[in-house]
Ligand binder design. Sequence first.
Ligand SMILES: NC(=O)c1ccc[n+]([C@@H]2O[C@H](COP(=O)([O-])OP(=O)(O)OC[C@H]3O[C@@H](n4cnc5c(N)ncnc54)[C@H](O)[C@@H]3O)[C@@H](O)[C@H]2O)c1
Ligand SMILES: O=C(O)CC[C@@H](O)C(=O)O
Length: 528
Amino acid sequence: MSKHTIVVCDHIHEDGLNILQNTEDVNYVYAADIDKTELLNVIKDADVAITRSSTDVDEKFLTAAVNLKAIIRAGVGYDNVDMEGCSKRGIIAMNVPTANTIAAVELTMAHMLSCMRKFPYAHNQLKQDRIWKREDWYGNELFGKKLGVIGFGNIGHRVALRAKSFEMEVVTYDPYIPSTKATDLGINYTNNFQDILDCDIITIHTPKNQETLDMIGEEEIAKMKDGVVLINCARGGLYNEDALYNNLKSGKIAMGGIDVFIKEPAIDHPLLDLPNVTVTAHLGANTKESQKQIAIQAAENAIESARGIAYPNALNLPIDESKIPSFVKPYIELTQKMAFLSAQIDKSAIRSISVCARGEIAEYLDSLNTFATVGALTVSSGDEVNYVNAKFWAEEKGITIDSNVMANNTSGYSNKVTVKITTEKGTTSISGTVFDENVQRIVEINDFVFDIEPKGKMIIMRNNDIPGVIGEVGRLLGDNNINIADFRLSRGKDGALAVILVDEKVCANTLKELNSLEAARSVSYAQI
Ligand SMILES: NC(=O)c1ccc[n+]([C@@H]2O[C@H](COP(=O)([O-])OP(=O)(O)OC[C@H]3O[C@@H](n4cnc5c(N)ncnc54)[C@H](O)[C@@H]3O)[C@@H](O)[C@H]2O)c1
Ligand SMILES: O=C(O)CC[C@@H](O)C(=O)O
């Protein structure tokens, strides 16, 4: 079996490492404890790399990583990933966007409270200096203060909600959201930045990019109230660091709560010398709960991308991101998985790949088509195929690709995608939809109705609808030490189709035995 090399460049939770270690087609390399210069040597063998903010994915890294096909940023911010460099090389970059949201929200609240009550200094005076001097520590309350939240995304909006529960007055500035996203939650929305500068406390939760770097500098601070408190648990440099230092020193800014710095590790940073700054070493994401979730998702996504099955939360998709609403991404992933499954059900030379969609998702047929092609070709061509080269591969092999809007909808799903793969043996058609925000489901296989998560090891068996089939299949799999996790049977006019989810990989001999059952018409094994 050919193995995919996945290199873990930074510390991640052991649950993620265990997933990689226990995956048979993964050769996992732990490189979090080696020097970053040595990493350049190790990374040359990587098919996929997992990084956090301690590894810069820059020109040097990318030049060394000659085999790299995908990179997973085990966190939200990807400002330390050279996205253009990745795209030029056909490397797909992904992040894990929401697993550390709560951790960062709670650290923001901790900094806010620490600043208002000068908590670390009071703590140190008693614990380190053994001085009991209550008159030194008159703080301020959050109650009744005005909080300005810049950036109302996953973290910003939750900080705002928590601040409301402290009975603060909250106003947010985020030109990229509809104002109702804030006002529906009882948060004031403004598109006048001065309203933020007028606040008692300001916290920033935007990504770091050309627009947000130095968003708050000398000029903006001059317009703030004397004694303002500034919190930054997003990225170093969103508040200009020199301006921050000068104004904390002068007392214009009363207190700063800072988790992030332009250059990290920041052990010699001038801000550390100031008495009115509470600091943490980029710990926003550092809760056990969040790191566990991030590591699990990063490991699972690394495996899926190494196998070419899907690129969850891809950041450099071959589509104009600004024109893609967030509901489209899970459909893209699902389409790739359905094509991957379809090409495994009928393992023979593909003649055509066709994607058909209805609902709003039909506007994105072109992108769905690219990802269906990647999924279908991965079965025969492995991880060499990606969204950059998939259509060229198909052309070279003489595979026809087409897409069209579904004419009628009898299923009742408002959005539905069908992938049809035709080989020399026939056509396999799989349809799917997405519930809520990201609950992906396969709802039809060759006109048989199902409700299956596109995940795991499965046997797909077409059979005559006669009594005793389930019992016979169960016995046969039991005799071969294969545990059935779930048995889904769909009945039609002409027989039945069973999708049997199993815990173990099924070998060719067992499939042959299943195929020889009297009721069996065809049997295949697939893994997503
Ligand atoms: N300290 C940590 O360890 C830690 C942990 C997690 C996330 N982060 C960082 O926190 C920040 C926010 O993360 P998130 O998950 O909430 O991201 P998000 O993408 O959910 O939200 C970002 C929000 O910023 C808004 N925005 C973008 N440009 C803006 C601008 N010029 N002015 C105002 N608003 C603007 C966007 O519209 C969006 O609503 C990111 O920089 C992320 O890297 C830090
Ligand atoms: O833990 C990290 O690598 C940084 C996490 C955080 O800054 C993020 O952007 O998700």
